[in-house]
Design a protein around this ligand. Structure first.
Ligand code: MSP
Length: 601
């Protein structure tokens, strides 16, 4: 029971702190006159020890003393390098990047971890098929991921490769710790193995001809003398943990799935392979390598290890573990919500605060993936239409958590309607009018321009709405709230018709000049609120409003408050910030890019 109680203790903090330790502080502050909050100090004992000291202390801050904020550690899965990235792999990373950027806007310290999963049978086979050594193959594909992340404006903090030596050292230490705690034993195993999932399967979950339901390929019979992890020992611990901390798995419907797996009984699983050379050797038996999942999951911890420090668990953990949020696709939920927490419990390490399992990007209803060969090339879309369109489309059009089918028509329509029309066109025509009538200069502060209108209130409500959606990982709804600000701006512009007020001259022209300030202030707010999703576009908007890149980079969410634009500020020359996909030929190009599928032989 000790472990369950310990986890329960941290779950209080987890719930309050979800993705916002600063907010956690203020929530606690409200609850107590003494501005008190729980603070957990973690200290690892030596790996041979079966117990770990967890000091749950109380830190008192009177009169708003600075609370020590824990970093928000956000992870994507570590991607298999059997083939270059496709749109499905890019999806998790785009979402993670938007969440990381939003948290940075709130002023939080973020450690955004991504990387590549490079060991195991599947990777070795892919390298052999390419005629390269596993190492060369991994170098090439891992670099392809890094290149794509650059093209997609992904601002990660740590990129871990499971072939990094610091990772290997940490995996070995972790394995030895679990072994010392009595949770690893040797046994024979016989079963059906899906090489693409890198997982033994239960016969009852397979399709005809023993095909894996995800990869539609037959599983192969395997018999091995392996080392096993005593997962079954952790059944009741896991059950208690999930009951006491239901936010551990999100969305909530995925929690039910995890709970039913646990209820139906957990079987020990094999964590070594005698037949696979391309892996980390088992510490006490160099004839076997560590199972790729037992290896890769540790990447979330080894990524935190600073290159200047000795690569060991204690150092890595002290740099930010436990993770605040693991973002994953639903196909790897069992590994993250069952195997991983049990492994961590065995090693007496804290559990991550949350695992969020999103849905699949599908093509004709089937999961888009390397093994089915029905992928969309993210590079093609990015090269033609830029990272903003790709990022915006997938975050806006796929409800985060559910599946979403890709359609070229929807891509074109959404991007044109939202980014080119609602946002881009509004900015462009306002700047055009300002140039013509006010020498591109704001006549008055935006706070003064909006006096006596209800518009500011409407915008502020929508900004709040967007913030709450971001905080709750409702990325599509966050985009929608920002778009509503754009719609409100367009409506205001059409109702006020400043172009005709300018023609009237006198007081009418003066109020038209104020109207332009109001719309441009709205654009400034949109540029901040949408920047987690479409950072390059938002920088272009910001720059048109006369700000520098340094100013854009330093912007915070608090600056979405009305009143940032001041009288006298000179706007840039109007230049479209987002090119509409105008004609049939261009539309056909998008279709062509999207249709470029990698055909499976
Ligand atoms: N290497 C493991 C993860 C180890 S994490 C310690 C792995 N790699 S993967 O490359 O196969 O998948 C990585 C992620 O991409 C998974 O979260 C998976 O769900 C996601 N996607 C792969 N295809 C996808 C779609 N078609 N749609 C959305 N996400 C998908 O699993």
């Amino acid at each position: 029971m000790a472990a369950a109680a310990r986890i329960n203790c941290s779950s209080v903090q987890n719930t309050l702190c979800f993705l916002n330790p600063l907010q956690c502080y203020s929530l606690n502050s409200k609850a107590s006159h003494l501005r008190t909050h729980l603070h957990f100090r973690r200290k690892l004992l030596s790996s041979s020890s079966s117990r770990r000291a967890v000091f749950c202390t109380t830190v008192t801050n009177i009169n708003g003393g600075e609370a020590e904020a824990e970093p928000i550690v956000l992870t994507t899965p570590l991607y298999y390098v059997n083939a270059p990235p496709h749109m499905g792999s890019a999806y998790t990373t785009i979402a993670a990047d938007a969440i990381a950027r939003f948290q940075r806007l709130l002023g939080n310290k973020v450690v955004f971890v991504t990387g590549t999963d490079e060991h195991g049978e599947k990777i070795a086979a892919a390298a052999a098929a390419n005629g390269s050594s596993p190492r060369e193959h991994c170098d090439v594909i891992s670099q392809a991921y890094k290149n794509l992340w650059k093209d997609l404006d992904i601002a990660y903090d740590k990129f871990i490769r499971t072939t990094d030596s610091k990772h290997e050292a940490i995996v070995k230490e972790f394995y030895s710790r679990v072994l010392a705690n009595g949770d690893i034993y040797r046994a024979d195993y016989e079963g059906l193995y899906c090489i693409n999932c890198e997982e033994y399967k239960d016969e009852k979950e397979l399709l005809g001809n023993n095909c894996c339901p995800t990869h539609l390929k037959p599983c192969v019979p395997r018999k091995e003398d392996n080392y096993f992890f005593a997962l079954s020992k952790y059944e009741s611990f896991l059950e208690d943990t999930l009951t006491q901390n239901p936010d551990f798995v999100k969305p909530s419907f995925r929690l039910n799935e995890v709970q039913s797996w646990i209820k139906s009984g957990l079987r020990d699983f094999s964590i070594s392979r005698a037949s696979v050379d391309w892996g980390i050797p088992v510490p006490n038996d160099s004839k076997q390598t560590i199972y790729v999942w037992f290896d890769a999951l540790l990447g979330y911890i080894s990524a935190l290890s600073e290159d200047t420090e000795e690569p060991n668990l204690e150092n890595a953990i002290s740099s930010g573990w436990p993770a605040t949020l693991h973002l994953i696709g639903k196909d790897i939920l069992r590994f993250h919500a069952v195997y991983w927490p049990a492994m961590l419990m065995s090693a007496r390490l804290d559990l991550p605060k949350m695992v969020f399992g999103h849905g699949f990007l599908t093509k004709d209803g089937m999961k888009m993936g390397k093994s089915l060969g029905n992928t969309i090339e993210p590079n093609d879309l990015v090269n033609k239409f830029g990272s903003d369109a790709v990022r915006y489309f997938f975050l806006r059009e796929v409800e985060f958590g559910g599946d979403g089918d890709y359609s070229e028509d929807r891509f074109i329509n959404t991007v044109n309607a939202h980014l080119a029309n609602t946002i881009g066109n509004l900015l462009n025509r306002t700047l055009g009018l300002l140039k013509k009538n006010c020498q591109s200069t704001l006549v008055v502060d935006s706070s003064i321009a909006a006096e006596g209108t209800r518009f500011v209130e409407d915008v502020e409500k929508l900004v709040k709405k967007a913030r709450v959606h971001y905080e709750n990982l409702l990325l599509s709804s966050a985009c929608e709230a920002v778009l509503e600000i754009g719609n409100a701006g367009n409506l205001y512009m059409d109702e006020r018709a400043p172009w005709s007020l300018f023609r009237q001259g006198g007081a009418a022209a003066e109020s038209a000049a104020k109207d332009l300030v109001i719309i441009l202030e709205t654009m400034r707010i949109i540029a901040i609120a949408l920047s987690p999703v479409a950072p390059s576009l938002c920088w272009r908007i910001y720059s048109q409003l006369g700000f520098t890149k340094d100013q854009f980079d330093a912007v915070t969410w608090s600056e979405t408050k009305w009143g940032g634009l001041k009288g006298g500020q000179v706007m840039a020359q109007p230049k479209p910030v987002f090119a509409r996909i105008e004609n049939q030929a261009e539309a056909e190009n998008v279709v062509g890019a999207a249709k470029k599928v990698v055909k499976r032989k």
